[in-house]
Design a binder for this molecule. Sequence first.
Ligand code: NAP
Length: 273
Amino acid sequence: MFTFDEAETMASLAGRMAVVTGAGSGIGRAIVLEMAARGAAVAAVDIDLAAARETAADAEAAGGRARAYGADVSVASAIDAAVDAAIADLGPLDIMVNNAGILDGYFDVDEMDEKTWRRVIDIDLTGVFLGCKRAVREMLPRGQGRIVNISSTAGLNGTGGGAAYIAAKHGVVGLTRQMAVVYGARGLNVNCVCPGAVPTGIRKHSQAMLGPDIPDISQRGVAVNDEQVRALVPMQRRGRAEDIANAVCFLAGAEADYVNGHTLVVDGGWRAK
Ligand code: NAP
């Protein structure tokens, strides 16, 4: 049996450098704070630089090491520049967390316009690909690295989002598995986390990101109120952003050395039904 102190040491990310996208809010913000608390130097990347700065400042105020960078993950030159700057400031890249994402308003194919489809796929799938692409350029020559992609229970089921979100999140699971297969022999572990319902600003942020042409999405879809959550989730509650951050830290740390191509569902049992 190990003591609590030893358990804490096992979970350490000391000496690691991590880049986290979508770090200005919700799950990404929790990942930055948790990784910094575990000793990693963390680059908080977000399309909203001011929000990323707040996250990095909070991580530093808690005694961690973090810097903020602005980038739209759907633009290759932007994510490349952010990772370049993070490496210059914080050292070689050990951990890449592709977390930035938006909801699609829960529109079915017949109701979804092409512009909304493309924007969601651009951010939720192409954005993950671009983050992975920049990360492997750094990690393959070093023969080591961890990539954790954030998918969703909507990446495994036909519910939990609209057509574009579900297609993108399934794509993230597939991309993760393909990369795990080809890069496993070259020292990389590539895994993904599928969160269930977590209260964050995602509905409000997605509405703003998709523009004024789409209808109000605040009450669309599933898990919009406590009654729905109790009916859906065996644990009868939403997850906390910290629950997801802990799963990401596990996959990024030494305890997950032999975990590759895995899809870690963190949903209070929702998908087990
Ligand atoms: P959130 O609170 O809205 O945080 C997402 C962050 O990503 C925001 O700061 C947002 O910036 C940023 N972002 C959006 N588009 C971006 C882009 N193109 N480039 C860079 N940054 C961008 O959402 P969250 O709930 O924490 O979601 C994080 C991830 O978890 C997403 O991939 C989401 O699909 C996934 N997820 C969430 C849930 C849930 O229940 N919350 C469940 C399953 C999966 P702005 O604020 O400026 O928009």
